[in-house]
Design a protein around this ligand. Structure first.
Ligand code: UT7
Length: 334
């Protein structure tokens, strides 16, 4: 059996269209200053035509191109999303068809903003058991599909994106997915959800009138728990592995709010130069934030072989967790 699952490829896709804070000033009662100081966001991308599977397929195609790899080599596709194209078939099946991954099976995984790290840990198990050799883990969300553009507290937060990683087996224990701590607390359900459309509240005129097919968030309540939860779990995974802030090269945080990210870095005693950030350009893209950071920082040559990373997230459920990763390869095409 292989000793580790290692990340051996990255790719991402962001739509071209941009929604800036200035655009929101014309849509709702807000200001660029409020949005930037409270969230750290300047702009986000929106997918005008297409669905989550297009964001994910775009990301996987980017990865395959960079790896010079054929889609037919993929064994398994795990899709983290809360905005599947439809309830069924799974978005994984739609993506499999779109990219021509004829030999792959796949499934969707729902854990909101923690979706990517839950999917990454799941994918790593399939690799470490020796069951599969090439596993794609993709985080993709078309958040604009479920955003109420009259709700000023929430509409300014979200954007659309997809990003993917490739996991492969390795016998070198030093690199790859080294450890994780994951949590759920269902008592957080009432504070961040989308109540309509499922078996609890099937779609009716009434559910539409009551705006139950949009994201609902009590931002203040979620903030209070997220700011502690994400900081604590990141610190715990570090301590569990006898690491200090000096040993960590990168914090790769879910990009929901710059203030939550700063609090996490502070708890880990990490300098801000060691924190991956792109919230200013993309906002909260739910399952895509973490792999999008990895893909961009890798592409720019800042993420290098041998570096120690802590990936961490907090989201609806509540769900949260952190993953310890040793990066296994360099970008030679900078
Ligand atoms: O990704 C999954 C997990 N989600 C999160 O981690 C999000 C957690 N929550 C947050 O990031 C923050 O709570 C928000 C960014 C959503 C809101 O920031 P806040 O500092 O918690 O603001 P608030 O909700 O306490 O609102 C402060 C004030 C309120 O006015 P009053 O009651 O003080 O008069 C709001 O009505 O700001 C007002 N406000 C706005 N003002 C201008 C709310 N939204 C806006 C807006 N523009 N867009």
């Amino acid at each position: 059996m292989p000793k580790r699952a290692v990340i051996t490829g990255v790719g991402h896709f962001v739509p071209e269209d941009v929604l800036t804070n200035a655009d929101f000033e014309k849509m709702v009662d807000t200001t660029d200053e409020w949005i930037q100081t409270r969230t750290g966001i300047r702009e986000r991308r929106i997918l005008k035509n297409g669905a989550t599977s297009d964001l994910a397929a775009g990301a996987i195609k980017d990865l395959l191109k960079k790896k010079n790899m054929s889609a037919e080599e993929i064994d398994l596709i795990i899709v983290a999303t809360v905005t599947p194209d439809m309830f069924f078939p799974a978005t994984a099946c739609v993506i499999q068809e779109k990219i021509g991954a004829k030999n792959a099976w796949g499934f969707d995984l729902s854990a909101a903003c923690s979706g990517f790290i839950f999917a990454l840990v799941t994918g790593a198990q399939f690799v470490q058991t020796g069951a599969y050799k090439k596993v794609i883990v993709v985080g993709a969300d078309k958040m604009t599909a479920i955003t109420d553009y009259t709700d000023r507290a929430n509409c300014i937060l979200f954007g659309d994106a997809g990003a993917a990683l490739l996991l492969e087996p390795s016998n070198n224990e030093e690199y790859g997915i080294l450890d994780h701590i994951l949590h759920c607390d269902g008592s957080g359900g009432p504070y961040l959800n989308m109540l309509g459309g499922g078996s609890l509240n099937p779609p009716t005129h009434e559910t539409v009138d009551k705006k139950m097919h949009y994201i609902y968030q009590d931002g203040k309540a979620v903030f209070r728990v997220a700011v502690v939860g994400m900081a604590d779990v990141s610190y715990e995974v570090m301590k569990k592995n006898n690491l200090t802030g000096n040993d960590v090269d990168w914090l790769v945080p879910h990009q929901a709010n710059k203030r939550i990210i700063d609090a996490t870095a502070h708890r880990m005693e990490l300098d801000s130069s060691k924190v991956m950030l792109n919230i200013d350009r993309y906002g909260n893209t739910t399952a895509a934030t973490i792999p999008l950071c990895l893909s961009e920082y890798f592409q720019s040559g800042q993420l290098k072989k041998g570096q120690t990373l802590i990936l961490s997230a907090f989201g609806a459920g509540y769900t949260w967790g952190a993953v310890l990763v040793k990066w296994a390869f360099d970008n030679n095409k900078k």
